[in-house]
Write a new protein. Structure first.
Length: 76
């Protein structure tokens, strides 16, 4: 969650808005370009591929779960 939070803060999201239940699109008002940027930063910083471009809005907690699963499949 710390890495995801850092990325969101760099995108200009208020720290108080970064919670596990926050939805990317509905709550944080992120568009598809910003969502792709988050995925690219997760790959660059953590070495994991996480698909965030899905039509379904995702919570930050769900994204963290996906990152943990991806890291388990591809240990460094």
């Amino acid at each position: 969650m710390d890495t995801l939070k850092a990325i969101l803060l760099e995108l200009g999201i208020e720290e108080s808005d970064v919670t596990e239940t926050a939805l990317l699109r509905k709550d944080l008002q992120l568009d598809s370009t910003e969502t792709v940027q988050i995925a690219l930063e997760l790959k660059r910083r953590l070495g994991v591929n996480v698909k965030l471009e899905a039509r379904q809005d995702m919570t930050l907690g769900h994204i963290c779960d996906l990152v943990v699963q991806a890291m388990a499949l591809n240990p460094a």
